[in-house]
Design a protein around this ligand. Sequence first.
Ligand SMILES: Nc1ncnc2c1ncn2[C@@H]1O[C@H](COP(=O)(O)OP(=O)(O)OP(=O)(O)O)[C@@H](O)[C@H]1O
Length: 699
Amino acid sequence: MWQLMQMNSCQLVRQRLLTNKSNVYFTNLMKSKPSNIVKRYFSEVKTSSEKNAKPGLLLLCSPWKLCTGVSLALGARYMLSSGPAYCKALVAHSRVIQRRPNIEEDTAKFDWEKFFSYLKPHKWLLVAAVASALVVAFLNVFIPMLLGEVVNVLARQRNNPSANFMEEIQIPALKLFGLYLAQAFFTFMYIHLLSQVGERVAAQMKQDLFQSILDQDMSFFDQERTGELVNRLTVDVQDFKSSFKQTISSGLRASTQIIGSSVSLLVISPQLTGLTLLCIPSVVIGGTFIGSLLRKLSREAQTQVEKSTLVAEEAISNMRTVRAFAGEENEAQLFAQECNAAAALSMELGLGIGLFQAGTNLFLNGMVLGTMFMGGHLMSTGQMSAGDVMAFLVNAQTVQRSVAQLSLLFGSVVKGISAGGRVFEYINRKPVMDQSGTAVIKYHEFHGDIEFKDVSFAYPSRPDAPVLKNFNLKIPAGKTVAIVGTSGNGKSTIAALLERFYDVNSGQITIDGVDIRDMDGKWLRGRALGIISQEPVLFASSVKENIRYGRPDASDAEIYRAAQTANAHEFILGFPEGYDTLVGERGMSLSGGQKQRIAIARAVLKNPPVLILDEATSALDSASEKVVQTALETAAKGRTVLVIAHRLSTIMNSDIIVVLNKGNIVEMGTHNELKKQKGLYWNLIKQQDQAAQETSKSL
Ligand SMILES: Nc1ncnc2c1ncn2[C@@H]1O[C@H](COP(=O)(O)OP(=O)(O)OP(=O)(O)O)[C@@H](O)[C@H]1O
């Protein structure tokens, strides 16, 4: 049993959804009957299979997985005295649909209009860059001719040495030097100007993309992978920028050079040009065929590299879970597997490129030899000079280099267009939720009467699974209302709807009679509501900056006062660097209770009239819970408070307790009233007392 769990534990890190689930959810699941655990197992499998029907079906059909699931479920019920984590493994197991990361097919369209709107502010820089690149191309066409003139002077000198060599060489050499200087100057100009345009456009695109991501609805983040979004911001913008710069610099230059140099070749020697043209079809056909094979291999290798990166990223970002389940070996194996597959493909690609390059070099060198042979013959019949042969060779080389650049560019343009398409797709993406509300309630007019009227709601990612149906609830101003109920009943959903993370499907939620959809969302979340959740999220900066996040314009004195209210001032001063102590990534260097008190200070600093406490103490041990509970009670004074409580000890001194079952209110009243009813609330109390006794016995 344990081995089975170990085998599946590393899969846990890939279950992003699980991070939305509280420990309480799993503790509760752990206490269910074995049949319920099995039921939940299959319900999770069903949900997953809805998302990804084919593999889901496979999972359901696989007898091995079925047996594992049932045995995990049955065993888990009896083995879980040490905590809810194993239940997480159970549910994670049921959610394992696809072991390997899914690299989605690229379907995004490139938005040319948007692209030009980014170029527009830099049009003059771009024109100057393009003009400079064209000048370089023209110079590259003329340089071989002048080089030919210089060679002719040298050849004449060898056949007929004369004293006025300096005079003869002076003019062509000076002209050539002038062209070299001009070529150097314009090369510098186009590279410098192009990098200015490229960097400015890329920076603007990145900012717009980030802003667009920040503006998306919460349902967008429920469905998108963090790694994918970060890739859009980094890799895709980078690929697009490189491709853009390369298209202008290499593409424009190479095309102009091909045309210019081809004309020069014809002028120098039509016979030699004709001979060269005869060889071209074989190069084009062979090159296209081998090139397409190599590109296919390159795409496969790239996709494989991305897969291995995703495996590493998920493991590193969930390191605590990996360590807690001793999943290092599995992760390392999986990474090695993906890495080796990527290396094998890249080696195959290397072999292909090597053979292709060697063959091309042999062919091209053969052509040079052939040109010299034929050129020598034409020289012997007086139809060409040594300088002409030299100019022809250099021009032919320019054409060859330019063609090679263009063929390389083709891959880069395809890559850049698809990367740009993905970036623009996200930039253009409009949130579905209507954000046009502007209503705000003046602070001194704010009472804090909250009402849910006939609210029905299903998460956008699961439209067929309604969480609330015709839900009605009044939270009077200045009162504390606690919502209790077993896991998965929709308690946190109520808080999420009040924060307007999602819009209700029907009905309305009002604060002081104003529909929250008509309110300015930033004001609603930023000023009116404060939330303290079970797992407070801190940023990797100092304690002070984390508290200031509640109100960026707060003074230091206000921050200290908020920390005092949150019972955090003392322990913060105990740190060697006090308020300037860095909390580490996601607050790793603090205890759960300390993190929570900093989160409370952050909410207190914001001074919101309505406070939402979403299982704010349920992740803490009983000693920390008491300290945090006191801090919460101080913070809650004079505000309307919505408490989402799984553990009944966290409902504080609530004025009204609402018992929720399957999204419906089944009991409502004060603690004493509900106890007397001996209904669901009474059962919950009994269950929790029993669980507490069992825990203390096992300790
Ligand atoms: N982001 C989401 N997307 C889709 N479904 C969700 C999402 N969050 C929650 N759900 C589903 O909505 C239902 C209610 O979940 P909710 O988190 O509100 O329950 P809860 O009573 O707060 O549970 P717990 O006490 O375990 O936190 C559950 O079936 C859950 O799976």
